[in-house]
Write a protein that binds this ligand. Structure first.
Ligand code: SF4
Length: 298
């Protein structure tokens, strides 16, 4: 019997993740997991073996969305790195979205160095012309020693170049950096190098998240074995301060308002830099309350 794909709903598999800003988007799962899946702190896709979903299932989900999601004008391609899909196939997916969901104005996806590297500047421009409007790029740190230690799979220079390639193609670039990933010992070294990386890349948005130790990850085991220690609250604030003080953007937004953070900050750089630094100084002096440990989440 022929399966009635269009009426049986979206074919989500496993635990699905999207950026907080894509909460109202149509979520279209085109890959399972992450093709890299080696970062020592990341437990996001431990339940999945990487695969690109088959065209029939993807098309069925697009058609289902066409029937039932007519009020959502943004779409997010899950899972971890949809950009890894070969150009011809990814273009086909974007064309199907345009054909069946013409009201979708912007398509977004997560990206890593490997996925961006697989696309030339011209290919990225073609994807942008087919409404790929934003990429969420996990940078984590600009420090090469740390990048190697956390198995990021690329050096900071390549990370910068790939970020610039995305921007040059006209695609908005939203990056995440990880407070605490250098541990106590390398906290300020990580902060400085990351600020410098951000200045060189000049993304549209920077989201600073705080490391949360996830059971099942290498970092969690290192912590349990006493080999990795997270900075304490003032240490995290000093790290954030050092990072912001080394970050020079031409007009991007720097956020640290994620639920994993102790102090929410939202600053348009360069204009809002001093105000952000002053706020951190106030928090360090105890004049502003921090988010309590129990209220922090991923
Ligand atoms: S952090 Fe990103 S690139 Fe690294 S394993 Fe997780 S999803 Fe993959």
């Amino acid at each position: 019997m022929e399966i009635d794909y269009e009426n049986e709903g979206m074919h989500y598999e496993g635990y699905c993740i999207r950026p907080p800003s894509e909460a109202d988007s149509i979520l279209l799962q085109v890959t399972l997991g992450c093709s890299h899946n080696k970062c020592s702190f990341c437990g996001s896709y431990k339940d999945k073996r990487f695969a690109i979903k088959d065209d029939k299932t993807i098309l069925s989900d697009i058609r289902f969305a066409a029937k039932h999601m007519r009020n959502q004008d943004r779409l997010f391609l899950m899972d971890g790195d949809a950009l890894i899909i070969p150009q011809k196939r990814l273009l086909w997916i974007l064309q199907q979205i345009q054909e069946h969901l013409p009201w979708v104005k912007r398509v977004g996806a997560y990206a890593n160095v490997k996925g961006i590297k697989m696309k030339t500047l011209d290919e990225l421009k073609v994807l942008h012309a087919h409404k790929l409007g934003i990429l969420f790029y996990g940078v984590e740190t600009g420090d090469d020693e740390l990048r190697q230690a956390i198995h990021k799979g690329s050096d900071s220079q390549t990370c910068i170049e790939m970020g610039r390639r995305v921007r040059e193609a006209g695609i908005k670039l939203s990056v995440t950096v990880l407070l605490g990933i250098g541990g106590r010992e390398k906290s300020l070294q990580h902060a400085k190098a990351t600020g410098e990386l951000l200045s060189a890349m000049d993304p549209d948005y920077v989201g600073a998240l705080t490391v949360m130790l996830m059971p099942g990850t290498k970092l969690y085991d290192e912590h349990a074995a006493g080999k990795f220690e997270l900075p304490d609250e003032p240490g995290m604030l000093r790290e954030l301060r050092e990072m912001i003080s080394h970050t020079n953007l031409s007009g991007g937004l720097f956020f640290s308002n994620h639920a994993s953070n102790y102090l929410p900050i939202k600053a348009r750089l360069p204009r809002g830099k001093q105000q952000a630094l002053d706020m951190i100084d106030k928090a360090l002096r105890g004049e502003i309350g921090l988010r309590p440990e129990w209220a922090r989440a991923l």
